[in-house]
Ligand binder design. Structure first.
Ligand SMILES: Cc1cc2nc3c(=O)[nH]c(=O)nc-3n(C[C@H](O)[C@H](O)[C@H](O)COP(=O)(O)OP(=O)(O)OC[C@H]3O[C@@H](n4cnc5c(N)ncnc54)[C@H](O)[C@@H]3O)c2cc1C
Length: 492
C-alpha cells in the first residue's frame, strides 16, 4: 500500500525554496565551482565512487540524493560550504553521525555539509573537561575520555552522532546523576548562517548559548563543543525479562518507587515481543515481555542491593548482573539498532503512568507487527530535573516518565503496518500524556509538534533564530522558523 504521507518512502521536507530540478543542478554546480578552489576536504558528486556510501544515512526508510556532499576537514571548510550554499540559494543539510530519526541529515539535489572527518577529541584531565569537534560519534568521545577514567553524559548507542544528540538535549545512562548532555556543555564554536564563526558560552553570546542547549541544529553548524566530564569507569548493570501478565504489577511498582530512588539508579524497560533467542525461555518466545534494565553508577555494594531489588519485584527470567566498564555499557545496545534498517518513532512524556496507559501498551503488544518494535519507558528526574526550566532551551523536565515508541523492521513491505502501529498506539496514549517531546526522538513528519517541544521557550527561540539565521538557511531540522521570514524560504 502506498503511504500518502510517505511519498517514495521519503519524508516530505515541508515548503522549501527548491527550484525545478534543472535550475537546482545549475545552482549546485555553482556551489561546486566555488568550493573547488580552496576546499580542504572532499567534494563528492553523484558520479563519484564514494558517493553511494556517503549519501546513506542510518534510517533506511529515508533515501535521498544530494547534488553534492562536502566532507569538511575543518571549520574553514564549513564556513566555505555555508557561504557557497547560501549565496547560490541551495538547500543544505548538516550531517554529523547521520542518525537523525527523521533523516534531516540529507536532502534531495542540495548540499550535504558532512562533518564526519571532524572527529578530534582533546581531554583536559586535571580540569575535567573536553573539547570535541562537531562530527564526533559518541564512541569517539567515550574512547578518548575513558583513557583517564572520565565520562561525558550522552546517549546509549555509541554510533550515534554527538552533534545532533547534544544540540537536541541528550538523554542516556548518566542523566539522573549528571544531567542531560546539553547541561554539561560549557561552550560552542558555531558557524552561523552568514558564514562567520561565533563563540557561545556563559559570557559570550549568552542567548545563543542558551538556545544551543536543546534547540537543535537551528542556529548554525557547531564545529567544536566544550563539555564537562565526570569520573565514571565501572558500573553495575542488571537485566531480566518479565513475562507479559506480570508487567502491569512491575510497572505500577516502578512508577511509585522511582520518585524516591537515588540518582545513582537508572531503571527502565523495553516492552516488546520476546525474541526467538536461546537465552529466552521457550515458553516466552514471541510473547509480550518487559525487558528490565537496572543501572547503578556509584558504590558497587550499595548498588547491588538496589539492582537485586529491582529484578526481584516480580519473577524475572534470564537475570544477569555484572560489573561493566563504561565503554562496555555504552556499546551494549549498538547491535540492536543497525544502520540501514527502517525505523519510525513517536515520543512524549507522562506526568504519572496511569493504569489505563499501562493496559493500552500491553494490548498494543498483542498486535505488534515486528519482533524488533519496542515501547521504551524511562524515568528522568535526578540531576536533569533539578536544572531550572528557563536555564536551557531544552523542553520539559517536569514530566519524568519518558515514552519512546520505536518501530524497527527491514522489509519495505512492512512500512505501512509498522508506521500505522506506532501512530495508532500513540494516538491512544496521547490523552493520558503531558504536552511536550524531546526533539531527539521526533520523526520527520512532526513539524506541528516542534512548538509543543519548546512551549514557553518558543518565542525566545524564534527571536534568537531571527538574529542568527533570519532567512532560515538551517531548516532541515526540527525547525524553529525566524520571526522575519515566511518559514523555509530563501530568495533564490
Ligand atoms: C540508534 C540511535 C540511538 C539514539 N539514542 C539516543 C539517546 O540515547 N539519547 C538521545 O538523546 N538521543 C538518542 N538518539 C536520537 C539522536 O539524538 C538524534 O537522532 C540525533 O539527531 C542524532 O545525531 P546525529 O549527529 O547522528 O544526527 P545527524 O543525522 O547527523 O544530524 C541530525 C541533525 O542534527 C543537527 N546537527 C548534527 N550535528 C550538528 C552540528 N555539529 N552542528 C549543528 N547541527 C548539527 C542538524 O540539524 C542535523 O540535521 C538516538 C538515535 C539513534 C538513531
Amino acid at each position: 500500500m502506498q503511504l500518502a504521507w510517505f511519498p517514495n518512502h521519503s519524508y516530505p521536507l515541508g515548503r522549501s525554496c527548491l527550484s525545478p530540478h534543472h535550475s537546482m543542478s545549475k545552482a549546485i554546480e555553482e556551489v561546486y565551482a566555488a568550493l573547488k578552489r580552496s576546499f580542504q576536504g572532499s567534494l563528492l558528486r553523484p558520479d563519484d565512487a564514494e558517493y553511494a556510501d556517503a549519501r546513506r544515512i542510518w534510517n533506511g526508510l529515508v533515501a535521498r540524493k544530494p547534488g553534492l556532499i562536502a566532507r569538511c576537514n575543518d571549520s574553514r571548510d564549513v564556513q566555505a560550504a555555508v557561504r557557497a550554499a547560501a549565496s547560490s540559494g541551495v538547500i543544505a543539510a548538516v550531517r554529523c553521525g547521520g542518525h537523525s530519526l527523521g533523516g534531516f541529515s540529507s536532502c534531495d539535489d542540495g548540499l550535504v555539509i558532512d562533518l564526519s572527518p571532524m572527529r578530534q577529541v582533546h581531554v583536559y584531565e586535571e580540569k575535567r573537561f573536553a573539547r570535541f569537534e562537531g562530527g564526533c560519534l559518541l564512541g569517539s568521545i567515550d574512547s578518548a575520555t575513558q583513557t583517564v577514567g572520565l565520562a561525558f553524559p550522552a546517549g546509549v548507542v555509541s554510533h550515534t552522532g554527538a552533534g545532533g544528540l547534544v544540540l537536541g538535549g541528550g538523554t542516556g545512562w548518566l542523566n539522573r546523576l549528571h544531567g542531560l548532555s546539553c547541561d554539561n556543555v560549557r561552550g560552542f564554536s558555531v558557524v552561523v548562517a552568514d558564514g562567520s564563526i561565533v563563540r557561545a558560552n556563559a559570557k559570550e553570546n549568552p542567548d545563543l548559548f542558551w538556545a544551543l542547549r536543546g534547540g537543535g541544529g537551528n542556529f548554525g553548524v557547531v564545529t567544536e563543543f566544550e563539555v564537562s566530564l565526570h569520573p565514571v569507569s565501572e558500573v553495575l548493570f542488571g537485566r531480566g525479562i518479565c513475562p507479559g501478565d506480570e508487567v502491569p504489577a512491575l510497572l505500577r511498582h516502578w512508577r511509585d518507587f522511582m520518585p524516591e530512588a537515588p540518582d545513582n539508579l537508572r531503571w527502565g524497560f523495553s516492552l516488546r515481543s520476546a525474541p526467538h533467542a536461546e537465552n529466552i525461555p521457550a515458553h516466552l518466545r514471541g510473547r509480550p515481555i518487559a525487558s528490565s534494565s537496572a543501572l547503578w553508577v556509584g558504590d558497587l555494594e550499595e548498588g547491588a542491593r538496589y539492582v537485586d531489588r529491582a529484578l526481584a519485584v516480580v519473577d524475572h527470567h534470564a537475570v544477569t548482573k555484572e560489573v561493566l566498564s563504561f565503554c562496555a555499557l555504552q556499546t551494549l545496545a549498538d547491535s540492536d539498532f543497525p544502520h540501514g534498517r527502517r525505523y519510525y518513532t513517536k515520543a512524549g512524556y507522562f506526568k504519572t503512568l496511569s493504569d489505563e496507559s499501562i493496559s493500552t501498551m500491553m494490548e498494543a503488544l498483542a498486535t505488534n507487527p515486528s519482533v524488533s518494535n519496542e515501547i521504551e519507558l524511562n524515568y528522568l528526574g535526578g540531576a536533569a530535573a533539578r536544572v531550572a526550566p528557563g536555564e536551557t532551551a531544552f523542553g520539559d523536565r517536569s514530566s519524568p516518565f519518558i515514552l519512546n515508541l520505536l518501530a524497527n523492521w527491514s522489509d519495505p513491505a512492512g512500512d505501512y503496518a509498522n508506521i500505522a502501529w506506532i501512530r495508532g498506539l500513540f494516538a491512544r496514549l496521547r490523552p493520558t500524556m503531558a504536552p511536550g517531546v524531546h526533539i531527539n526522538f521526533m520523526s520527520g513528519d512532526e513539524a506541528d509538534r516542534v512548538s509543543e517541544a519548546f512551549r514557553e521557550r518558543w518565542e525566545r527561540l524564534r527571536a534568537i533564530k531571527t538574529i542568527y539565521d533570519p532567512r532560515n538557511f538551517f531548516r532541515l531540522n526540527q525547525n524553529i522558523p525566524p520571526l522575519t521570514a515566511a518559514a523555509n524560504t530563501i530568495p533564490g
